[in-house]
Design a protein around this ligand. Structure first.
Ligand SMILES: Cc1cc2nc3c(=O)[nH]c(=O)nc-3n(C[C@H](O)[C@H](O)[C@H](O)COP(=O)(O)O)c2cc1C
Ligand SMILES: O=C(O)C(=O)c1ccccc1
Length: 400
């Protein structure tokens, strides 16, 4: 019935066990956070774990999954499900992608290189953050022939020449989709970072500013302004770059036209949480949205991201691609988001915990675990594929 090759991580793990070879980290997704806490400096752990306010939005993200359960079908000749998904004219092996996460150097010395290499090896798209600690070009090299997307923190500078430069660099090095994050023109009220007085951008080693430091336009303008190079005054350069990509004011719907004129490829708006904004995205003519609240890191007192997914899919799902993130921790979470209409699901904190614990091997472990878990979840539910033809609201039961 299914033509799909089974994912074999579990077979490999059990076979290794016979030779006493243990996996790099545990298989219990809720352990990953605690294991990362043990190996990371308190400030770095606080940064990834941290959410806005008293974590209500973050809590709502998790609670939203519990409102839905998967109802299995029996005696349906269940077989290994087909997990492939098509998006923007491209076929992807799995319906997940690696969410954009900045400053990965604070989690592991191999940083984005480790994550982009693991994503390539596991055949999962890598989304590079604008707040990366590795350059666009170096990540492209590590990601090799893998699928990669570029996330933009949209610089506000007078004539947009820095934005044009970033887009050009991304295009030239094989990033195929532009993800524009709308919810982070300034960082949220995050008690963990405030308590640690920790802003990764303002550290002396300037680890989240590599895209600026490697940008020819920013470098030239810095030299014109200060009569010296970025390297001669890294502190000032970092502060200026941070101000450019986190200007403290947002762009407007009208401004999107500029990006459409300068990016030849699909554009996805990340951070949508309402039907109203999803409709605006359709009107603006973009190709996709990410229903996301940034993992509850930006605005507290917000709705669970999965809670708003169905109404957004109902309103715009036939007119653009709907991607989902915020709170995804297991294969069953991925299955539920897909069943509620997402085409692809972004994995955030879990892979960062994997990176912290075991570098590239840790990221691979997390990604392979989630794919294996998803595969068995669908298989045991009698759902033959992750496409909406089979995985849709008919397999879910609303619990409240
Ligand atoms: C440490 C950290 C850094 C992040 N950096 C970015 C970023 O640079 N750009 C972006 O669009 N989203 C960023 N995000 C948000 C993620 O892309 C994603 O929306 C979020 O992690 C989803 O929530 P979850 O991790 O709880 O599932 C970051 C998240 C974390 C945890
Ligand atoms: O922390 C975040 O959520 C985020 O988007 C970010 C902001 C600045 C630097 C790195 C990541």
């Amino acid at each position: 019935m299914s033509t799909s090759k089974p994912h074999t991580y579990e077979n490999e793990v059990y076979a290794n066990g016979l030779q006493n070879i243990k996996p790099p980290i545990s298989f219990y997704p809720l352990d990953w956070e605690a294991a990362a806490k043990e190996v990371l400096p308190a400030e770095s752990f606080g940064y990834v774990w941290g959410s806005a306010g008293i974590r209500e939005t973050d809590d709502n993200n998790r609670a939203a999954f519990r409102k839905w359960s998967i109802v299995p079908s029996r005696l349906v000749k269940a077989d290994f499900p087909n997990l492939k998904t098509s998006l923007f004219g491209q076929e992807y092996e799995y319906p997940i992608a690696v969410a954009p996460v900045g400053v990965q150097h604070i989690f592991h010395r191999d940083a984005e290189i480790a994550a982009a290499t693991a994503a390539f090896k596991e055949k999962i798209p890598y989304i590079l953050s604008s707040a990366s600690s590795t350059s666009i070009e170096d990540v492209a090299t590590a990601n090799s022939t893998g699928a990669r997307w570029f996330q933009l923190y949209w610089p506000s500078n007078e004539n947009n020449d820095i934005t044009i430069s970033l887009l050009k660099r991304a295009k030239e090095t094989g990033y195929s989709v532009l993800v524009v994050t709308l919810d982070t023109y300034i960082l949220g009220w995050r008690p963990s970072d405030l308590t640690n007085a920790f802003n990764p951008f303002l550290r002396p080693d300037n680890i989240g500013v590599e895209l600026g430091f490697s940008d020819p336009v920013f470098r030239r303008q810095f030299r014109e302004r200060h009569g010296k190079d970025v390297e001669d005054d890294r502190g000032t350069a970092a502060a200026e770059w941070a101000h450019i990509i986190f200007p403290g004011t947002s762009h407007s719907w009208e401004d999107l036209k500029f990006l459409q004129d300068h990016w030849d490829g699909p554009i996805v708006l990340k951070g949508i949480q309402s039907v109203r904004d999803a409709e605006q995205a359709v009107e603006a003519g973009v190709q996709g949205i990410v229903v996301s609240n940034h993992g509850g890191r930006q605005q507290d007192g917000g709705v669970g991201s999965l809670d708003v997914l169905p109404e957004i899919v109902d309103a715009v799902g036939d007119r653009l691609e709907v991607i989902f993130d915020s709170g995804v921790r297991t294969g069953a979470d991925i299955a539920r988001a897909l069943a509620l209409g997402a085409k692809m699901v972004l994995i955030g904190r879990p892979y960062v915990y994997g990176l912290a614990i075991a570098g590239e091997a840790g990221v691979s472990h997390v990604l392979r675990s989630l794919c294996g878990d998803l595969e068995l979840t669908l298989h045991l539910s009698g759902i033959p594929s992750s496409s909406s033809k089979h995985l849709n609201r008919s397999v879910l039961r609303r619990n409240v």
